[in-house]
Unconditional design. Structure first.
Ligand SMILES: O=P(O)(O)OC[C@H]1O[C@H](O)[C@H](O)[C@@H](O)[C@@H]1O
Length: 617
């Protein structure tokens, strides 16, 4: 199989190399968007493409139509055309595309210092590599594997989708396009039993870079066992680098692979499942949210469906919902519930519309947050407290697994008020989910894995990391309160987090490690960061005002001055994020100063954000 894979993958790349070579010769410049259409014409209709006849005018038309951007301002179309101009076969360090358990890169030019590294050939190589990984994992029983592809609203997503599709079909996999979709829906498609929608698929890809700026893009991969982990991604990128290396060596051969490429509206299936879940839990009432006013803010990402396809069928009014239309330039605010401007926008929408509830999603809808009718946020610790309360009503005593930056007040709330157990683990949604599943599998019942970032997964939902499903839990609570005669809007939700102690001050400062600094002395930034952390640990041990937290899974977490700090290594960046929580600014500064005194001798560490915090009023 791998021989076929190599051959087929080379076929596509050789053809693309020819396209782009002719492109250069014609003096037009290598426009990747045009190559897309040629290669589709080639691999799907198996016809050779006549390059010479394209005029510059036609190039633009093709690009605009292919990007599905007909309705956008012309300035954006121009941006997209420019972004397609790349030198396709430059050397690429595939390892650099790994971002934890995701792949992320720059897909659009125009941002200084951020050259494109997610070109079409790179995406095709990754697709072919994913296919080979999947074929190794699955027993095929002679059946052709099928893979679903969805994408968020980014301006490069459609282009990436087409490149990915070519990479998969080139090695003989069937492909089903979902178009605009959410990350959780893509995972769901590996579980759905519905042949009308070609489900379940053997594997699934979401094209997204979550909340990152418009010029980035990336891939998340799923099988029915869940999202791929770090090691799988490393494996796929190594395979992709090999595939990429080999092209332009052999002559083009037409793969006789008889693949099918289909398009279905899978979001229809996913959203009707969510609707049915609420109806069922509310006692099979058709419109259990009738009379409630709920506004949604999708930040122009992929989450706009939640208003029209989930809330309205359930009877809620969604007037005043905002930024539901996809726009990959994200003109209103960053689609990220951790972003202050985003939260401000949804709070304002709730207040202006006198709504009962506000719901906000990130770009690809694996994260969410809510706002009650008074504008109180259910975000970060408060979101975890709310979800813990809902989950512990159903599963008393269960363990809630969270990331490492959660507050002491949250632990007290989960354990003392709700009667559950709090297992504060590491940052990273995949880490949190895997840990909850692991605990559960060894008999320590765990039903919720959730991060302060808004990622959350329930055991009952296959540990699927789904911002929409979290909000469905809130809707179920509102619906069942309504059906039992409690018509107080979101008050029932607000009451659930009563008693959660919140810190007076909570800050996150990100201390950068300058990788080119002589103080690293040949060490990696991880090694350097570890040395900083060890030093902080020993200075904290000798400070009588500070106590190291006994159970801690990442970085150095220390209690003192009525609060705590955590210094740890970022999952992705050469950065040591520092979280500090304390009853007052004064106490927070004492904690910050303890950190500064310990780390200031490390000259490659940029402590300016901590200095600024300590000097602030
Ligand atoms: O370690 P950091 O740089 O703070 O990033 C950590 C965060 O990275 C991404 O946003 C992941 O989606 C989160 O699950 C994770 O918690």
């Amino acid at each position: 199989m791998s021989a076929i894979l190599g051959k087929a993958a080379q076929g596509v790349f050789n053809f693309r190399a020819q396209c782009c070579q002719q492109d250069r010769q014609s003096g037009i410049g290598c426009n990747t968007n045009v190559c897309i259409d040629m290669c589709n014409a080639y691999s799907l209709r198996r016809k050779k493409f006549a390059w010479a006849g394209l005029s510059v005018m036609k190039l633009s038309t093709l690009t605009i139509n292919m990007n599905g951007m007909e309705n956008r301002a012309s300035v954006r179309c121009t941006a997209a055309i420019n972004t397609g101009t790349i030198s396709s076969f430059e050397k690429v360090d595939f390892r650099k595309l790994q971002n934890g358990s995701d792949i992320r890169g720059v897909a659009v030019s125009g941002v200084e210092g951020e050259p494109i590294n997610l070109t079409d050939p790179v995406a095709e190589a990754i697709a072919a590599a994913f296919a080979s990984w999947l074929m190794d994992k699955r027993k095929q029983d002679g059946k052709r594997l099928r893979v679903s592809i969805g994408h968020d609203s980014r301006i490069s997503s459609k282009q990436m989708q087409d490149a990915f599709s070519r990479g998969l079909t080139s090695v003989g996999l069937n492909v089903i396009h979902y178009g605009l979709a959410s990350t959780p829906a893509m995972f769901n498609s590996t579980l759905t039993e519905n042949e009308n929608f070609f489900c379940p698929v053997d594997g699934s890809i979401m094209i997204t870079a979550s909340h990152l700026p418009y010029n980035r893009n990336g891939f998340k991969f799923f099988t029915s066992s869940g999202g791929l982990g770090k090691n799988d991604i490393k494996d796929i990128l190594e395979r992709a680098a090999n595939i990429y290396e080999k092209f332009s060596v052999e002559k083009l051969e037409e793969p006789d692979n008889g693949v099918s490429v289909k398009k279905v509206d899978y979001m229809e299936v996913y959203t009707s499942d969510l609707v049915e879940t609420v109806r069922r839990s509310a006692g099979n009432i058709d419109k259990p949210l009738e009379g409630l006013h709920i506004v949604v803010d999708a930040g122009n990402g992929a989450g706009g469906f939640f208003a029209g396809k989930v809330l309205e069928p359930l009877g809620a009014s969604t007037t005043g919902s905002q930024f539901l239309e996809p726009d990959g330039m994200f003109p209103n605010h960053i689609p990220n519930p951790e972003n202050k401007a985003a939260m401000k926008a949804i709070i304002q929408a709730v207040k202006e519309n006198d709504a009962d509830l506000g719901i906000i999603f990130d770009t690809d809808v694996d994260r969410s947050a809510a706002v009650d009718s008074n504008g109180n946020e259910f975000n970060r610790n408060r979101l975890i407290a709310l979800m813990s309360a809902l989950v512990l009503e159903k599963y008393p005593g269960t363990t809630i697994v969270t990331d490492s930056v959660t507050s002491d007040g949250l632990t007290a709330f989960i354990e003392k008020k709700l009667g559950g157990k709090h297992h504060r683990f590491k940052r990273g949604y995949k880490n949190v989910i895997d840990e909850a599943a692991r605990l559960d599998s060894i008999g320590k019942a765990s039903h919720l894995a959730i991060e302060t970032s808004g990622h959350g997964a329930l055991k009952e939902n296959h540990w699927l990391d789904d911002g929409a499903y979290l909000m469905v839990q809130v809707l179920i609570k509102l619906a069942s309160a309504k059906s039992s005669g409690n018509d107080n809007g979101s008050k029932i939700i607000t009451d659930l987090v009563e008693g959660l102690e919140e810190p007076g001050v909570s800050v996150e400062l990100r201390l950068k490690i300058n990788q080119n600094h002589a103080d690293l002395g040949g060490r990696s930034f991880q090694e350097y960061g570890d040395t900083v952390l060890k030093h902080l640990e020993s200075t904290s041990d000798s400070d009588t005002k500070l106590q190291k937290v006994p159970v801690n899974y990442e970085g150095i977490r220390v209690s003192g001055y009525g609060g705590w700090f955590l210094l740890r290594l970022s999952l992705h960046d050469p950065v040591l994020p520092l979280n500090v929580e304390a009853p007052s600014n004064e106490d927070a500064k004492k904690l910050g100063l303890a950190v500064l005194n310990a780390v200031k001798e490390f000259s490659a560490l940029d402590t300016s954000s901590l200095d600024d915090f300590l000097q602030s009023e």
